[in-house]
Design a protein around this ligand. Structure first.
Ligand code: ZN
Ligand code: MN
Length: 501
């Protein structure tokens, strides 16, 4: 039997507003004792009235606009009723039929993944279950943190695509600077709805609806929760696809249910059979009036929107001739993307001031720059954190690229210069002078040095002549160490070949 895989995602993200969703409590849990950030409103005391957080609402609209969504001019909050010990009101204020934004998409490689809606709700408290104890602990600091929920259409076709969607969504939240979206800290939480259907037996109607064709009976969808990393997104979905196909092949009956991903065992485990929305008895939140947007208010939010990673990637490829992988790496973080772009614009200014043609030079120059960005600069970012790019600066980094590009220094000298830039900062030309790193291009001088080395290593010369041509690397190494790494490597090889033949 052949199967189609149907995947939809729900991603919750905690917004980093100053105060909580419906009260004035501090929304920063960092360094706080349990239950310190609480008040009668977020503890669900009877008779308290919630006041919606304007910033959280604006950020939800902003996220929607970044993802090409439409904005509901009239929106409202609803009560989602369920009793959990970490939800003292016994209901969650959420949004049901009128989310702030709806009907958008995100470009993932060459696919547009449709976004159904993004709504706003409040987070619950946090349970901990101490090992070996007969009690659980609840911390309400997280209770009523603004929680933005994004729902995709079930049109994602593979675990890999789902993972990439989650990664790009995190990048967007960070670009917008509205959530730290750290999955390990639970600031961003992904849930996946997965079903497998027999090929050709179903059709997609839009609006999250799948319809069976003829008398085919749809296989139920399974919701997987507890996914705490991007890797787990991929692993959990692949596990579930395999589990469901095997069950169908064995003639087992699948049920609609919620399963949890167990990272240690790398399996999904049934948690509960799935509620339907009727179980939550949604009704309009009577304590909060509906929220209306004027066109001018939406325009004002739109004005705050900057270019998002998927669009930036396309532009980087078109404008700078970067290959797709390089562009993707560079746009993943806003600060790095800005650094790369400022570097390129410095390089362009340099080309212009030399009277050269940028369009003709850019491919090669951008290639050199992107190689140095993604390999060498990233090493320092990894080791020293993002702060290091402030020390290096795009102006100085671009100058380093021009020195390498012109052959004034070789790449090993370039590494030495960058190391100094990363520790002490400074102008690369000055560093080159200070450390005497200027490349040795003078052929007569190089030939003299190399002849000396050949004279001192007669047995290796014999080896080379008897056909062991890779001995040449030994001579290159000797030459480099004799010149303290400053010899022009291309010329060294040329001269070696000439003298050895
Ligand atoms: Zn509070
Ligand atoms: Mn939710």
């Amino acid at each position: 039997m052949e199967y189609d895989v149907i995947i939809g995602l729900e991603i919750h993200a905690e917004l980093k507003t100053k105060s909580k969703m419906f009260c004035e409590c501090d929304n920063n849990p960092e360094g706080k004792k349990p239950n310190e950030n609480t008040c009668p409103i977020c503890l669900g005391h009877p008779g308290c009235l919630p006041i919606p957080n304007k910033q959280a609402i604006e950020w939800t609209v902003l996220t929607g606009l970044a993802l090409h969504c439409k904005v509901n001019k009239l929106s409202k909050f609803d009560r989602k009723n369920y009793f959990y010990h970490d939800l003292p009101k016994a209901y969650q204020i959420s949004q049901y039929d009128l989310p702030f934004v709806y009907d958008g998409y995100m470009q993932v490689d060459d696919t547009r993944v449709a976004i159904t809606r993004i709504h706003l709700e409040e987070d619950t408290g946090k349970n901990t279950h101490p090992a070996g104890k007969n009690y659980s602990l609840i911390d309400f600091n997280r209770s009523s943190t603004p929680l933005m929920e994004m729902v995709t259409e079930p049109t994602i076709k593979s675990a890999e695509q789902a993972k990439k969607f989650c990664q790009q969504y995190q990048q967007i939240l960070r670009y917008l600077d509205i959530s730290n979206a750290d999955m390990e800290k639970g600031e961003m939480r992904c849930e996946a709805n997965i079903s497998v259907q027999e090929k050709g037996k179903w059709e997609y109607l839009g609006n999250c609806e799948i319809k069976p064709i003829g008398d085919y009976k749809l296989s139920p969808k399974v919701e997987v929760k507890n996914i705490n990393s991007f890797k787990a997104v991929e692993k959990a979905i692949n596990f579930e696809i395999k589990r469901q196909i095997e069950a169908l092949e064995d003639g087992e009956k699948l049920v609609q249910e919620t399963r949890g991903w167990d990272e240690n065992k790398a399996v999904t485990v049934s948690q509960r059979t799935k509620e339907t929305s009727a179980d939550y008895r949604y009704f309009p939140e009577p304590d909060i009036p509906p929220i209306k947007f004027e066109a001018s208010e939406i325009e004002a939010i739109k004005a705050k929107l900057t270019e998002m990673p998927p669009e930036k990637k396309v532009r980087f490829i078109e404008q700078y001739d970067f290959d797709a992988d390089t562009a993707e790496i560079l746009v993943a973080d806003k600060q790095i993307a800005n650094f790369a772009e400022n570097t390129i614009s410095e390089l362009r200014a340099w080309i212009d001031s030399n009277g050269d043609d940028w369009e003709r030079q850019k491919k090669k120059l951008a290639k050199t720059a992107s190689n140095w960005l993604t390999s060498e600069l990233f090493k320092y970012i990894k080791a020293d954190g993002m702060e290091v790019i402030k020390k290096i600066t795009p102006e100085n980094f671009a100058e380093l690229i021009t020195l390498i590009y012109q052959g004034k220094i070789n790449s090993s000298a370039g590494q030495t210069v960058l190391e100094k830039m990363a520790t002490d900062g400074g102008d690369p030309s000055n560093i080159v002078e200070e450390l005497g790193l200027e490349q040795i291009d003078d052929e007569a001088e190089l030939e003299k040095t190399i002849q000396n080395i050949l004279d001192q290593n007669a047995s290796q010369v014999e080896e080379y002549k008897s056909g062991k041509e890779n001995v040449i690397q030994f001579f290159v190494g000797q030459t480099m160490s004799a010149t303290k790494g400053k010899a022009n490597p291309k010329k060294v090889i040329e001269i070696l070949k000439k003298l050895l033949s």
